[in-house]
Design a protein around this ligand. Structure first.
Ligand SMILES: [Fe+2]
Length: 260
């Protein structure tokens, strides 16, 4: 089974909300989608970890769905801080099994692999939060099938990148509780996130974690512990392809030229 992990398209129908976003974000997103569609053998699913749109308007989601339309495999996604819960729910109501509650948490399956999607959006804020309700839902879901491995999707990574300014603006509520839950199940959880706009991998409380980069803008690698945001860089876009077979997982990096 092959699952691609992409993130942070930030597409906009009219004008970007975020000054950092490339004005050609639609073009770069389409370039990534073309690459996913051409992947051989065919991908079984795509995970898109938030900030699908830059402003969260219905028009933004209509554009996003047009951009994603060449992908015929299931797409699993979670809202990021630039998404809007109401329009997001409406855009994916037909394909994702949201509950009736406020948060857009859901459980799904990819080829027998369990997917647990967590909503970390706090509308109006860049930072994210895991509400007690969402954490309780995650814990209840995990305890319902204690042996099953799961991919946990969330926009704001609770695991640090080591880039101080970016780590300070990620998951600011529910982090310790999330750490406690992950520590209780480290061998069977994989966390997939976005938000940092720079691809990296981590081991956090024993669990393997990935953050996919963003084709809308990419942060430089700055581990100097300065409080400033790193400069933007023009690097090839990188996404991950998870190959899951007989309980083993290999994670490959796939590069996409978006500036040519
Ligand atoms: Fe983002």
């Amino acid at each position: 089974m092959l699952i691609a992990h992409i993130s942070d398209f930030h597409v906009f129908a009219q004008k970007p909300e975020t000054p950092l976003v490339r004005l050609d974000a639609e073009r770069t997103a389409r370039r990534v989608v073309d690459n996913l569609a051409a992947f051989a053998p065919s991908l079984d699913a795509v995970v898109l970890t938030g900030d699908l749109t830059d402003g969260g308007s219905p028009e933004d989601y209509a554009l996003l769905k047009d951009i994603l339309s060449p992908l015929t495999m299931p797409i699993f996604t979670v809202p990021g801080n630039h998404d809007k819960r109401r329009a997001f729910r409406s855009a994916f109501a037909q394909s994702l099994p949201f509950g009736d509650g406020h948060f857009l948490n859901y459980e799904a399956e990819i080829g027998g692999m369990r997917v647990l999607a967590l909503d970390t959006l706090v509308e109006g804020r860049g930072e994210g939060a895991l509400a007690a309700e969402s954490l309780a839902w995650l814990e209840e879901r995990l305890s319902s099938a204690p042996e099953r491995p799961a991919l946990v999707l969330l926009h704001h990574p609770p695991f640090p990148s080591g880039i101080p300014s970016l780590d300070a603006a990620t998951l600011v509520e529910g982090r310790e509780e999330m750490a406690r839950i992950v520590r209780a199940h480290p061998a069977r959880l994989v966390l997939l996130a976005g938000h940092i706009h720079r691809p990296y991998q981590a081991i956090w409380n024993g669990a393997y974690c990935t953050v996919a980069g963003s084709p809308a803008f990419q942060m430089g690698l700055d581990l100097t512990q300065t409080p400033h945001e790193p400069p933007l860089v023009r690097e090839p876009y990188a996404y991950y392809v998870y190959r899951i077979q007989d309980g083993d997982i290999a994670v490959h990096t796939r590069y996409v030229s978006i500036d040519e």
